[in-house]
Write a protein that binds this ligand. Structure first.
Ligand code: ADP
Length: 164
């Protein structure tokens, strides 16, 4: 059985991430979406909320599991019995950072291989960061994130934004 791991911070999950999950889970026996506890960037949603939003979004995919993790991604991958990391690549923004991270991961864990999926054209310019910005400014999120994610985002921004 081939188990693959798709790690990320997913703050929050977008339709771009879900597209990668659907495409990768169709090719492998089991896909684990690994939600990184404390990434090296400021995080808007707590870990349990990020996990919950993804779990709801992939509920129709029986071979997909969502798990939180902390520490080195390659250690998590080995601990769940996998040797394959999945990542998504958008045209302009991702290659250099992914290349650098892949080189470091290869050094740390030569037995773990990276498989990259090219982002689908409609999601090339979609990022969690941009989604939060659009929501904060009151823009429409239709087609960019699942409906339940849009609802949670809108509620959250109503809580944190100062009342006029
Ligand atoms: P990071 O893991 O760097 O914190 P994310 O959690 O946002 O970033 O993304 C996890 C993975 O999904 C990364 O490989 C990222 O490049 C990829 N990804 C992010 N947004 C998209 C998108 N719109 N289409 C395809 N892949 C994406």
């Amino acid at each position: 059985m081939t188990v693959v791991v798709y790690p990320g911070s997913f703050d929050p999950v977008t339709n771009g991430h879900i597209d990668i999950i659907r495409r990768a889970s169709a090719l492998f026996d089991k896909l684990i979406v690994a939600v990184y506890d404390t990434p090296d960037k400021s995080i808007f949603f707590p870990l349990d909320e990020r996990v919950e939003m993804i779990t709801k979004a992939v509920a129709d995919l029986p071979n997909v599991e969502v798990k939180p993790y902390t520490g080195l991604t390659v250690d998590f991958i080995r601990n769940v019995g996998s040797k394959i990391m999945i990542r998504g690549l958008r045209m302009n923004s991702d290659f250099e950072a992914e290349f650098e991270m892949a080189a470091m991961n290869k050094k740390l864990a030569p037995d773990v291989e990276l498989v990259c999926f090219m982002a689908s054209s409609q999601y090339q310019c979609l990022s969690s960061k941009l989604i939060k910005e659009v929501c904060r400014l009151g823009g429409c999120l239709e087609g960019l994130v699942p409906q339940h994610v849009a609802t949670v985002l809108q509620e959250k921004f109503l809580q944190v934004l100062p009342k006029p």
